[in-house]
Design a protein around this ligand. Structure first.
Ligand code: FES
Ligand code: FES
Length: 156
């Protein structure tokens, strides 16, 4: 089937069976390789993208279910002339180790902070279930706090 997907501000036509995971459409058909494959079963979060602002795991999201949605990947997160505050915080706090999980982590955090600008530790624990094989969790937590501050400063 042919789908017209709204991805990162553009409409893209793709041919795929409706049950094809969105992850493979993004990576293989559209060349958006910032979204990573980790577990393939919705457990690790490496493949996290936004659907209408909600963080979803694209490895378990069929492309047939997203035609009406606005899809944002890590490639589309920054504004034209400025990094997203979460991306900036990740640089400021030097979060990445191998980097493999980081696009998914950033997308999950951006969605969390859009809904909950000042999350408690419990809210972060509940929402940020992405796995990091390098164990960068302490720096990730610090960067979430930094991103929340940056968002507040930019809104002031
Ligand atoms: S690759 Fe999608 S959750 Fe692990
Ligand atoms: S930085 Fe290596 S898996 Fe997270």
């Amino acid at each position: 089937m042919t789908f017209a997907l709204r991805i990162n501000g553009q409409t893209r036509q793709v041919d795929a069976p409706p049950d094809q995971p969105l992850l493979w459409v993004l990576r293989v058909q559209l060349g958006l390789k910032g979204t990573k494959f980790g577990c393939g079963v919705g457990a690790c979060g490496a493949c996290t993208v936004h659907l209408d602002g909600q963080a979803v795991r694209s490895c378990v999201t069929p492309v047939g279910a997203v035609e009406q949605a606005l899809v944002i990947t890590i490639e589309g997160l920054a504004a034209k002339d400025a990094l997203h505050p979460v991306q900036q915080a990740w640089i400021d706090e030097d979060v990445a180790q191998c980097g493999y999980c980081q696009a998914g982590q950033i997308m999950a955090v951006a969605s969390l902070l859009a809904e909950t600008p000042n999350p408690s530790d419990d809210e972060i624990d509940a929402r940020l279930t992405n796995l990091c094989r390098c164990g960068a969790y302490t720096r990730i937590r610090t960067a979430i706090r930094r991103a929340a501050e940056l968002m507040k400063e930019r809104a002031a």
